[in-house]
Design a protein around this ligand. Structure first.
Ligand code: PAF
Length: 277
């Protein structure tokens, strides 16, 4: 496994790759969800490149940029085991060199769901992904369905800017009790961790209601919110049933719909989703 710490190092390693390159951008503190993305990237391409960069521009000043969990040694050892070809570990000065002043902003869908609570988040994500794509020049880039809106925003950016890569979205990897894997799960206290599977339980309930023929999105949203509210620590940010492309809330589920939610359990804010139909 080769490690690049600077942009020229990464570009030099990339220029030696003659076959297709699969890319998994991450912020580190890797869990099984990330590792599965690397496995898929390795299966599809001779070379998998993983970036580890906690991107400051996607955190608002009141968010957890400084506290975001980091463990580079452990990440590198895990990546080595799954035969990652190249790991790119730039620092902030490398990615946002003095006077940095260029932003990539997907309009519309970024103002909904996560974008309502985190208005500057997606601009940071699209800007860093754009930069990483330019540096790594992947043939395919791999994202998790857990961050469904992020995946949609990246797909839109890639299509709108005619970028020469394919975005692959891989299924959410879950703990045994259904909690979607996330580096931020580490923030949960023991009692919050016990409450956390309520997110997935509410999604499963939505799936069951849909399977039994319920198509009224309002009824499903309310049932989900009622279930979550039974956990005293849970504070709902949103429960959404939205169109898969526009992310506009739907009244009636006609074909496919994205069911997603964000819930605070104490301090940590968890998100999850499933697709209906
Ligand atoms: O999903 C993440 O970990 C981040 O948003 C990403 C895509 C690596 C960009 O910093």
């Amino acid at each position: 496994m080769q490690i690049a710490r600077s942009i020229p190092e990464m570009k030099a390693l990339r220029s030696k790759c003659v076959e297709s390159v699969g890319f998994v951008p991450t912020m580190g503190y890797l869990h099984e969800g990330h590792i599965e993305l690397v496995r898929v990237a390795r299966r599809d391409n001779p070379v998998a490149v993983v970036s580890i960069f906690v991107n400051p521009t996607q955190f608002a000043p009141n968010e957890d940029y400084k506290a975001y969990p980091r463990d580079l040694d452990r990440d590198l050892s895990v990546l080595d085991k799954v035969k990652t070809g190249i790991v790119f570990i730039p620092d902030s000065d490398e990615m946002y060199a003095g006077g940095y002043n260029t932003w990539v902003d997907v309009q519309g869908i970024t103002g909904k769901l996560e974008g309502k609570s985190r208005p500057t988040h997606f601009r940071g994500v699209t800007t860093i992904c754009n930069k990483l794509f330019n540096i790594v020049q992947p043939d395919k880039a791999y994202f998790g369905q857990k961050d469904a809106q992020q995946a949609l925003v990246i797909q839109k950016m890639v299509a709108d800017l005619n970028m020469n890569l394919e975005v692959i979205v891989c299924p959410t990897i879950r703990e045994k009790d259904g909690l979607a894997m996330s580096s931020r799960n580490t923030y949960l206290t023991d009692s919050e961790r016990l409450s956390a599977p309520v997110l997935y339980r509410s999604l499963c309930m939505a799936r069951d209601m849909f399977a039994k023929g319920e198509r009224d999105a309002g009824i499903i949203r309310k049932a989900m919110a009622d279930l979550i509210s039974q956990e005293p620590a849970a504070k709902i940010d949103y429960v959404s049933i939205a169109d898969m492309q526009t992310l506009d809330e739907v009244d009636t589920i006609k074909s496919k719909a994205l069911v997603s939610l964000a819930v605070r359990l104490g301090k940590p804010r968890l998100i999850d989703n499933i697709v209906l139909g």
